[in-house]
Ligand binder design. Structure first.
Ligand code: ADE
Length: 229
């Protein structure tokens, strides 16, 4: 089995590379992929770079070029749900693109023709994430993640996304990877650790907690990899 693990930034994949230590480095499609051999499992780890386009490219490359059968996205997110605390983990049960707007044609926000507003992730992988978190006494939520090519740092924008999509967390890659995986029939799990609350103070919190939260998320993913089959 070949499992792709994506993060958007180096901080999100470094804890994985530090953990696995031995890997082959492969340059492809303007990016670097790290191949880890673990007996009957192979991991392809990459930093997609930020945003929907880069993450789509990396997810498609992992599936079509590297033959990944499952994808896990691992990283940080801004929390919208008031119950989500910094460092808590969230599984994206379904994801949407909050910055898609063709409402002028009579469609709802987040909708593209021939598409759907929400894309579901894989139930079995999400169940595994919850089991692993429970065993390790880690707080994990399951909710809706809204993705867009914007770092959200405004109470107004955050409240709008919450109202429009009933979203619990915001980030910049999950929904695009979900669309790729859905179309290419590849099970996906999106795990994020909360780094900020996407409000007016988001940047200060993000800069303080990025590294810590990214490690929380990666620690869960490492435990999932041990159990995945
Ligand atoms: N990732 C982490 N925090 C975020 C935020 N506030 N907006 C978008 N992506 C994020």
């Amino acid at each position: 089995m070949t499992i792709g693990i994506l993060g958007a930034m180096q901080e999100e994949i470094s804890p994985l590379l530090d953990h696995y230590k031995t890997y082959e480095t492969i340059a492809f499609g303007g990016n670097t992929f790290y191949k880890v051999s673990l007996g009957d499992k192979t991991l392809i780890i990459a930093c997609s770079r930020i945003g929907k386009v880069h993450s789509s490219l990396s997810a498609a490359t992992m599936i079509l070029y590297f033959g990944c059968n499952k994808i896990i996205f691992n990283g940080v997110a801004g929390g919208i749900n008031p119950n989500y605390k910094i460092g808590d983990l969230v599984i994206g049960e379904k994801l949407c693109q909050h910055d898609v707007d063709i409402t002028i044609f009579g469609h709802p926000f987040g909708y593209f023709s021939e598409g759907k507003i929400f894309t579901q992730t894989n139930e079995a992988l999400n169940k595994l994430a919850k089991e692993v978190a429970k065993e390790s006494n880690i707080t994990i939520h399951q909710g809706t993640i809204a993705t867009g090519d914007q770092f959200v740092s405004s109470k107004e924008r955050k409240e709008w996304i919450k109202k429009e999509f009933n979203a619990d967390a915001i980030e910049m890659e999950g929904a695009s990877v979900a669309v790729v995986c859905d179309n290419l029939n590849t099970p996906l799990c999106v795990i994020r650790a909360i780094s900020d609350n996407a409000g007016d103070e988001a940047l200060i919190s993000y800069e303080e907690f990025l590294e810590h939260s990214a490690k929380q998320s990666a620690a869960l993913v490492i435990k999932m990899i041990e159990k995945i089959n």
